[in-house]
Design a protein around this ligand. Structure first.
Ligand code: SF4
Ligand code: SF4
Length: 308
């Protein structure tokens, strides 16, 4: 049985690589003891802003066995989205993860393939796939599985490729070999804290979500707060500042997923182009993109806030 466990673990990790995932790490499905007080404090301080869904399923968030009955392992996977080409300078900016096709579709397909592979090769294994959509603390699981450490900006970082990747999980009822954490290599660096345009990183490892440009431009449904006027550093959808300044992202390598490539027009649009964007152009450049979550009106609201 022990032999099988190692064999299955190796099979899964090899298949994950073949499917294009950057890396795969595995943890025992159990209560996330270290995360519980941190999440509670974060919620109690209202750092989730209007993101009320963060308060739901508190128990399930911390314990995958409550989320997926009979689960034994959390298989965490990283998928690189770092683009080869970026937007021109002097444009309104879009977070790099949103350049191409909505990652939910791409990753769900890959996770399904991985689960089918497990079922074909290993036998009756039950499980569920998660991409940023259900109550799973994906960064905490990825860190617990040795895929990287959570940096002072609260994103997962690896020494090999920095932090520009998506995190997803398969939670399955199969025992596997489990990975150990890696050490934190933030050291004395404070680059992300110093560079955050809205001072949302209130202390090392604590991001006040309710002050973060990503939250304002993507999650907030109401008007953008006047107190933050002029502080968005030209970001109209998401914000990459804390990741862009992180020295570990010198090691980012371009992804090789064609579906993550942006519409060619997107990279060359100037501020003026964005200001004058029509619904037709929006539908064209963001066809299948995660930016559609804000709808045309949401993006327009953000652009208007930047130009006012
Ligand atoms: S994403 Fe932008 S606003 Fe949010 S914490 Fe990072 S630098 Fe600050
Ligand atoms: S910028 Fe520095 S402190 Fe922030 S996450 Fe990167 S290494 Fe850590």
């Amino acid at each position: 049985m022990i032999e099988n466990k190692s064999k299955y673990t190796a099979l899964i990790k090899t298949e994950a690589k073949r499917l294009g995932f950057l890396s795969c790490g595995i943890s025992r499905a159990e209560f996330l003891e270290e995360e519980a007080p941190r999440l509670e404090k974060w919620l109690n301080n209202n750092m989730n802003g209007e993101m009320r869904y963060m308060e739901n399923h508190f128990d399930k968030r911390l314990d995958p066995t409550k989320l997926v009955e009979g689960s034994k392992s959390v298989v965490s996977l990283l998928l690189n989205y770092y683009p080869e080409e970026k937007q021109i300078d002097n444009s309104f900016k879009l977070s790099k993860y949103a350049y191409g096709t909505d990652y939910h579709f791409i990753i769900k397909d890959k996770l399904k393939s991985l689960l089918h592979f497990i079922q074909d090769e290993i036998g009756e294994v039950d499980g569920r796939a998660f991409v940023d959509s259900a109550p799973v603390l994906d960064k905490a699981w990825a860190a617990k599985s040795g895929l990287g450490w959570i940096g002072k900006h609260s994103n997962l970082i690896t020494q090999q490729v920095g932090s520009f990747y998506f995190i997803a999980e398969l939670i399955i009822d199969l025992e596997l070999d489990y990975d150990a954490r890696v050490t934190d290599h933030c050291g004395t660096c404070t680059a992300c804290i110093d560079a955050c345009p809205t001072e949302a990183i209130t202390a090392p490892y604590v991001v006040d979500g309710s002050k973060c440009i990503s939250y304002f431009t993507i999650e907030l449904k109401e008007n953008l707060p006047n107190a933050f006027h002029g502080k968005f550093d030209d970001w109209m959808f998401g914000c990459d500042v804390c990741q862009d300044v992180c020295p570990w992202n010198r090691f980012s390598k371009p992804h090789n997923e064609p579906l993550f490539n942006p519409h060619p027009e997107l990279l060359s649009m100037t501020k003026k182009d964005w200001e004058e964007i029509t619904e037709e152009t929006f539908q064209k450049v963001f066809k299948k993109s995660a930016v559609k979550r804000t709808k045309f009106s949401g993006l327009k609201r953000n652009i208007n806030f930047l130009k006012e």
